[in-house]
Every structure is written in C-alpha cells, then in structure tokens.
Design a protein around this ligand. Structure first.
Ligand SMILES: [Zn+2]
Length: 187
C-alpha cells in the first residue's frame, strides 16, 4: 500500500508533467537514506487501511507495508510477522514506490503503477533473497530476465532503462514511466 507523498513538482497535474518533468528518471538508486523502516504489527492498522481506502488510496488484501507514514511522512512500516526475506523484499518494493515518486515516474493509477513497481522490486532483489520467498523459482527466473542475468545494474541510468524496457515487454509494451526521461532513451 502506498500513501502518496505530495511533492513540490506534483503541483502540476499528471498529464501536465509529460513531457517536461526535470525530475523524470533522475533518481536511479533507492532512497533508503530518506526513510526510516519500522516493523509493526500492521493488522492493528486495518482501520487506517480502510480509511485510506475510502479516501481514495488503494486497498490491498493482506496489509504488508505502509509508506510515507509517521509524523514526518518519512517512515515505512513493514509487517513484523513476515520472514526476514519477505521483509527485505517488501522494503525494496516500498522504496521502489518512493524512488518513482521522487523521480516523477509514478502513475496516479494504482492498477497501472503496482505491477511496474513489483517487477522493478524483483529486478532489484538478490536472487538469494527471492529464492526464499514463495514462488521463489519463478521470481528468480523473472529477476534473471529483467536484469539479463545480472548484467543490467538498476542503480545506473542505462541499467534501469534496460530493466524498464524488459518490464514493458512483460506488460505488453506499456510505458513504464508517467513522464518522459530527461536523457534520450537508449536502444
Ligand atoms: Zn506497492
């Protein structure tokens, strides 16, 4: 689940950010230093999840994480009952949401945004961690496809662009960013 943080460059509507968003594609690393990750028993926050759902935020079954929460909206809460591998994967997933928001790449539509975030998270998670998750073999195969067996480094502009092209392939050719990258795309 994502609570969308209001960013300065979001004052324009999503449509207006295309194509001249100077933030687009500028962040490739996960903004781990900008967030405090806390483990909580999130089932206690089911009422909050329901409220957010009513307020237009997406509701997902099985609340594993919340982001942009806490007094300064800089906390990510992760379900304490998960395994260590699951916590690591969920943290990466939430940080991909944050990266895309900070970079102006995220789509307003949760149904569009969520699979892109999940696939980038799979690309960024070490196979040793993916292998410990349920469906670990399938996730590892996806990781190998998305990163071309680890050749694409998501922390570089070229590597992330290559991973996003493969995400697009998996999603039937859909665009993977809501804005146009500042640099020209590589073929
Ligand atoms: Zn998500």
């Amino acid at each position: 689940m994502t609570v969308r943080r209001r960013l300065q460059h979001e004052t324009a509507g999503a449509g207006e950010c295309f194509p001249a968003n100077p933030y687009c594609g500028t962040r490739t690393r996960l903004p781990a230093e900008d967030y405090v990750i806390k483990e909580k028993y999130l089932r206690r926050y089911r009422r909050l999840a329901e409220f957010l759902s009513e307020a237009g935020q997406p509701h997902i079954a099985g609340l594993d994480a919340l982001m942009n929460v806490g007094p300064d909206s800089d906390e990510i809460w992760i379900e304490k009952g998960l395994s260590e591998a699951e916590k690591r994967f969920v943290a990466i997933h939430e940080l991909v949401h944050a990266r895309r928001q900070l970079s102006g790449e995220d789509f307003e539509d949760y149904q569009v945004e969520e699979p892109i975030v999940e696939l980038e998270a799979i690309a960024r998670t070490p196979t040793a961690v993916l292998g410990q998750l349920s469906n670990g073999l399938a996730l590892t195969l996806l990781h190998d496809f998305l990163t071309d067996f680890g050749q694409f480094n998501p922390n570089t502009a070229e590597g992330l662009a290559a991973i996003q092209r493969r995400i697009s392939v998996l999603l039937g050719g859909r665009p993977t960013t809501a804005c146009a990258p500042a640099s020209k795309s590589h073929e």
